[in-house]
Structures are given as structure tokens and as C-alpha cells.
Design a protein around this ligand. Structure first.
Ligand code: KQY
Length: 359
């Protein structure tokens, strides 16, 4: 499909909400030994469990580096399709396209320039090119954006409202030449939204500098779920409180006030000594002996057709979080999946999935 330099909103495209009908989910097979411990074997098992959970509801396409196809096929359930793709790491929420639809059966996508969350990793050229390949495979029109962005930094209600996090989008490592107003203007044009709600801070210790998909998400228009802690000494407390205050003071694109539901975070969770011994950071260091705080959140779940895939952590907060999410998504089946290994890599279920909506 041709590269299009026009603006999606002017062409009648918009970003659908995640709960709108999807035709498939895209994922990528993890492999990096400097991100995923023990040669990515435990992460591969976790990704396979996520893919299997999603495949109960809709098709899953797993992008796999060509030389890893045989071993991926041996681990993945047969219903998961494998396609050869080149990529640097497995966070398709961020390196993949943001799909758009026009209501007339056409599919397009925004191809955001990707710089590895502000240059955290040296080589991100394959990840930067990935969105174009996925859009080609999907037969979708491609809009290359003039804004460094990641899909995990965006949540929409599909009715013109976008949630973003200020500390993430305004971080100097992404678009230092652009001010807040210029970034907002571009988001409106690429996604066809009218109201952008800027939450001040993301989740503490998040390697992305505060992706909204770990902090807060729409569960339907007018209703937001927010990660929460009651512990005022926890660094997350002030962050979640500031987000809640901003959400309650905001109106969405159609003038509604927002209902906010607190979902208590697990833990706090830290790397264990056993895990620390198997984790080697990219700078050669290992986690602190006392453990590194992990940016764990149930908000990092993923909505699929008639289901919601939720990371769990073998934590006392799992059951109350699942019960709250079941009440918030009454028409969907809540499917817990092990989230710990994905969390050790720096994200969770939402970060490793990308929905392709029905055109
Ligand atoms: O969306 C995300 N949470 C991606 C995190 C990247 C971490 C890389 N180690």
C-alpha cells in the first residue's frame, strides 16, 4: 500500500476504541537475552499463554524472526498463526501501528517514528520499520507520522477522547522540538480525537517514563479504571491521586464527566534474589540485592472480542482486581494470565499485543 502523507482525520479515519470489534491480534515472539532472562525461555512460555488466551476469542498473528520460526512453532498452540517479521524487541503495542478505520470498510494505520522509549536501547531500526510491514500485511493504508510516539502512550474511548501522560509525552527524549500544544495538535489529526486529557504522571519505575496503558484506561465511554494504592508512602500514591483528580476535573469529547474506578496495584512487587541472579541489564548490571521495584499494574490488561486478558501476579490483590474488572466489563469473560515474566521485561499484556480492528 502507498505511504500517505495526508492526515487521517481529514481522510475520515479515526482510532477505534479497543472494545470495538477486532479482526485479529498481533504479537511478536520475544528473544532478546538482555531483556528477557534465561534466553527468553520463560518469557516465551508467558507470551504463548497470552496468545492461547486471546486465540479463544479471535485470530492471533505472531511475528517471529525467521530463524526462530521452528522453535516458536513448537511452543505456540497450532491456532496461532506465525508470520516472518524483523524486529528488535517484542513490544508490538509500541513499535506496531495504531490502526484506524473510516466506517466504510477501509483500514489504515499510523506509523509512529519509534526511538526505543527515548533511546533506551541502541538499535531500534527494525522496530521503527515494523509498523509499515504490519500495515502492508494487513492491506492497510499507512500514515507515517511526524511525531515520535508509542501505542502504549495512548488510550481512546473511540468517541473523540484520548488519555495521555504528560511526563511521558513531554519527556525530552522523544520530541524535544515540540511543545505540548504541538503534540496535542498532531495527536488530534492522526487519531481524529477532539479532547486530549493529560494526566500528570504515569506508574512509578516504568521504563517508558509513564505510558498511560499501565496507569489508566477507558473501560467504556465515560468510565476509566485507574491503578491505585492506599499507601501514602508509596511513590505511586501521589501519582495515582494526581491522575484521579485530573480525570474527575475533566470532561470527555462529548461533554460527559468521567467515572473513575480504583484498581489496587499488586505488591508492591520487587525482583527476587533468584530472579536477580538471572537478569542482566543492558548496561551489564544486575538488579539490586534487595530487589528492583517493578511497575506492576492490572491496568495493563487487553480487551479482545468478548474477553479481557488480565495479568496476575500470584498476589493477594489478584482476586479483588479480577472481581472489579469483571464488574467493569460485564459482557466479557475475564481471563487471568501469568504476568510476572512479562513484567520482568518491563511491561505487560497490553504492551505485547496490538489489535487490528475490523475495517
Ligand atoms: O510498553 C512497554 N511497557 C514497553 C516497555 C519496554 C521495556 C523494554 N525493556
Amino acid at each position: 500500500m502507498p505511504l500517505t502523507l495526508n492526515i487521517p482525520a481529514a481522510d475520515g479515519y479515526r482510532m477505534p476504541a479497543e472494545w470495538e470489534e477486532q479482526s485479529r491480534t498481533w504479537m511478536l515472539w520475544p528473544f532478546r537475552p538482555d531483556v528477557w532472562r534465561e534466553n527468553a525461555r520463560p518469557a516465551q512460555a508467558a507470551f504463548a499463554a497470552v496468545a492461547a488466551a486471546i486465540a479463544r476469542f479471535e485470530p492471533v498473528t505472531m511475528g517471529v524472526l525467521p530463524h526462530l520460526a521452528t522453535e516458536a512453532r513448537a511452543v505456540l498452540p497450532p491456532e496461532v498463526e506465525i508470520v516472518p517479521l524483523e524486529y528488535n524487541d517484542a513490544w508490538v503495542r509500541d513499535s506496531g501501528p495504531t490502526f484506524l478505520t473510516d466506517g466504510a470498510g477501509h483500514l489504515a494505520g499510523v506509523d509512529w517514528p519509534f526511538n526505543a522509549w527515548g533511546g533506551h536501547y541502541a538499535d531500534f531500526s527494525a522496530d521503527d520499520a515494523l509498523a509499515g510491514h504490519i500495515l502492508d500485511a494487513a492491506g492497510a493504508r499507512r500514515y507515517r507520522a511526524d511525531l515520535v510516539m508509542e501505542g502504549g502512550a495512548l488510550h481512546t474511548d473511540g468517541e473523540g477522547t484520548l488519555l495521555v501522560v504528560e511526563e511521558c509525552l513531554l519527556h525530552k527524549s522523544r520530541n524535544p522540538h515540540l511543545g505540548k500544544g504541538q503534540i496535542e495538535e498532531r495527536l488530534k489529526r492522526y487519531l481524529n480525537v477532539q479532547t486530549v486529557i493529560w494526566l500528570p504522571f504515569g506508574v512509578a519505575h516504568d521504563e517508558t517514563a509513564g505510558h498511560v496503558d499501565n496507569l489508566a484506561c477507558f473501560v467504556r465511554p465515560g468510565v476509566v479504571a485507574l491503578t491505585w494504592t492506599d499507601d501514602e508512602a508509596d511513590p505511586q500514591y501521589a501519582r495515582s491521586l494526581a491522575a484521579e483528580q485530573m480525570l474527575l476535573a475533566s470532561r470527555d469529547a462529548v461533554g460527559r464527566r468521567l467515572e473513575v474506578h480504583r484498581i489496587h496495584q499488586p505488591g508492591p512487587l520487587y525482583t527476587t534474589a533468584e530472579e536477580a541472579a538471572t537478569i542482566l541489564h543492558k548496561d551489564g548490571s544486575r538488579p539490586r540485592p534487595g530487589g528492583d521495584r517493578l511497575a506492576a499494574s492490572y491496568i495493563n490488561h487487553y480487551i479482545v472480542n468478548r474477553g479481557v486478558i488480565v495479568p496476575v501476579f500470584d498476589d493477594p490483590q489478584d482476586a479483588p482486581a479480577l472481581a472489579k474488572l469483571a464488574a467493569l466489563y460485564p459482557e466479557r469473560e475475564i481471563v487471568p494470565v501469568p504476568g510476572r515474566e512479562i513484567l520482568l521485561g518491563g511491561g505487560n499484556v497490553h504492551c505485547i499485543t496490538q489489535q487490528q480492528p475490523k475495517g
